[in-house]
Design a protein around this ligand. Structure first.
Ligand code: NDP
Length: 485
């Protein structure tokens, strides 16, 4: 089965595609060529209303099903998604520009893992019995209600599924707003959920820019908001949600450290640094963009890294041999070029890369800076592009202190052959998702999320359940009520 790039409608509401051309035009640009491949429209207030009303209706019906029945719909959706992995991966490549070599293994596959995991977990989501002598309390795990998901543009299928799967497993309904840069993939997630048996209105997709997200976040019918996006947007959305006392999950940005000690396996550390800086052209929130390398091995590390970067196959993302694709948009490419210029101007040593490629599309070379100091802009701000900063250090204590000296706290990694040091150092790094002798693995079984300005709440794993449900406690008295008067 193949998918047309132009969807049958901009939005997916109440189990069907919907269009309203009165909304602002959203051009979908293929990052590898700069060509327009589809045109969608932003949601008008009428579309937002339709989606919220549909979600409210569907949630009431969905919550009445047994959790096992809900789980069955999700596991069915996981199977459909896996069967269609190839076509969904091609669509993900058109939406984001990421190479097919990546999208075949990291997007619909990760989405179906989430649907399968939470589908399997659904039937075991129970309350508990708390004995109090003659009396007792029992708890009921209840859904929150209508939830809103708002996505970033780097992993549109994965983000939609990481939010929808636990939300729906817990008995909620969702209205999801993808990033206007990548509006296509979430529509396929909605279609597949309907095909798998989800009631109409359970998972709706509305397109639009920030103001559509803001309209959803402030609606009194909405019980929870889960955002994947930048820290400044997170601040705004968190504040708006607080006004309505809504639950939130905030998956925000990072400036994560990767510590390479002089006893590390250089090939593994180099591989981790490549995965943590250049996969998806560096457009990953958890990337280890501050690579702290112990002084004695710095030049050997840089030499080995530069050698390996020559092996990057930069080209047509739809060719499976391509391992490095374009930036998602011209805007993002320009932002990243600005950071590269700042790195050079502030005195960092450009080891490799730094230039835009002379071809159509938004291609930047994989770029490595060395001799980066903690105060440089490229060491402080999230770049969200293929730019690695290598900093050097002498002692373990110093590396930990400098690694923690950031307002962010999403991820952290340590490469060392001394495992006690690995655990000791990770124990002191202030980050939510950490790695020892690895980088950027994100299995659905593991909690994912940040500390400090990188966010609140956790996605994936059993931990996500607490963020998509609430406990009701019921006190049961067996005897008479004793009142003072
Ligand atoms: P943005 O913060 O710009 O946007 C995120 C989403 O929020 C978009 O859908 C955007 O709409 C929407 N939005 C913007 N303003 C508002 C508002 N006032 N109210 C409600 N919604 C709003 O992030 P990007 O899309 O540029 O994504 C990159 C960022 O995402 C990086 O900082 C990255 O670190 C982070 N990220 C975090 C991840 C994590 O799990 N921790 C994973 C992936 C990315 P639109 O853009 O359409 O206007």
């Amino acid at each position: 089965m193949t998918y047309d790039i132009q969807p049958a409608g901009s939005h997916y509401i109440d189990g069907a595609y919907v269009e309203d051309t009165a909304g602002a035009e959203i051009p979908v640009i293929y990052a590898a060529t700069g060509a327009r491949i589809a045109t969608l429209h932003a949601a008008t207030p009428a579309i937002v209303e339709q989606a919220l009303a549909a979600a409210e209706r569907a949630q009431a019906e969905w919550a009445k099903l047994s959790p096992r029945e809900r789980g069955r719909v999700l596991t069915r959706a996981a199977a459909i998604m896996r069967e269609r992995n190839h076509d969904l991966s091609v669509l993900e490549t058109y939406d984001t520009g990421k190479p097919l070599q990546e999208t075949l293994v990291a997007d619909a596959t990760s989405g179906s893992d989430a649907l399968e995991y939470f589908g399997g977990l659904a039937a075991s989501l129970t309350g508990e019995h708390i004995p109090l002598g003659e009396d007792w309390v029992y708890t009921i795990r209840e859904p929150l209600g209508v939830c809103v998901g708002i996505g970033a543009w780097n992993y549109p299928t994965q983000i939609a599924c990481w939010k929808a799967a636990p939300a729906l497993a817990c008995g909620n309904a969702m209205v999801f707003k993808p990033s206007e840069t990548t509006p296509l993939c979430a529509l396929k997630v909605a279609e597949i959920l309907t095909e798998a048996g989800a009631p109409a209105g359970l998972f709706n997709v509305v397109q639009g820019m920030g103001e559509v997200g803001a309209a959803l976040v402030t609606d009194p019918r909405v019980a929870k908001v889960s955002l994947t996006g930048s820290m400044p947007t997170g601040r705004k959305v968190y504040a708006a949600a607080a006004d309505g006392m809504k639950h939130v999950t905030m998956e925000l940005g990072g400036k994560s450290p990767m510590l390479v000690f002089d006893d590390a396996d250089l090939d593994n550390a180099g591989g981790g640094a490549i995965l943590g800086n250049f996969y998806s052209s560096g457009q990953i929130c958890s990337n280890g963009t501050r690579v702290f390398v112990q002084k004695g091995i710095k030049e050997a590390f840089l030499a080995r890294l530069s050698e390996r970067l020559k092996g990057a196959v930069i080209g047509d993302p739809l060719d499976e041999a391509t391992s490095f694709g374009p930036m998602v948009s011209e805007r993002q490419m320009t932002l990243v070029q600005g950071f590269i210029e700042k790195g050079i101007a502030e005195g960092a040593r450009l080891v490799t890369g730094g230039k835009r490629l002379d071809r159509d599309g938004w291609y930047l070379e994989p770029t490595v800076f060395a001799d980066v100091t903690d105060d440089m802009t490229i060491a402080r701000e999230e770049i969200f592009g293929p730019v690695m900063s290598v900093l050097d250090f002498d002692t373990e204590e110093e590396a930990i202190a400098r690694a923690n000296a950031t307002e962010y706290g999403l991820s952290a990694g340590v490469f060392t052959s001394d495992l006690s040091r690995g655990h000791r150092v990770i124990g002191q790094l202030r980050a939510g998702s950490c790695f020892i002798n690895s980088y950027n693995d994100a299995p659905v079984e593991a909690p994912f999320g940040g500390v400090k300005m990188s966010g609140v709440g956790r996605e994936n794993s059993k931990a996500a359940i607490d963020h998509w449900s609430q406990m009701k406690s019921v006190y049961v008295r067996m005897g008479d009520v004793e009142a003072p008067f």
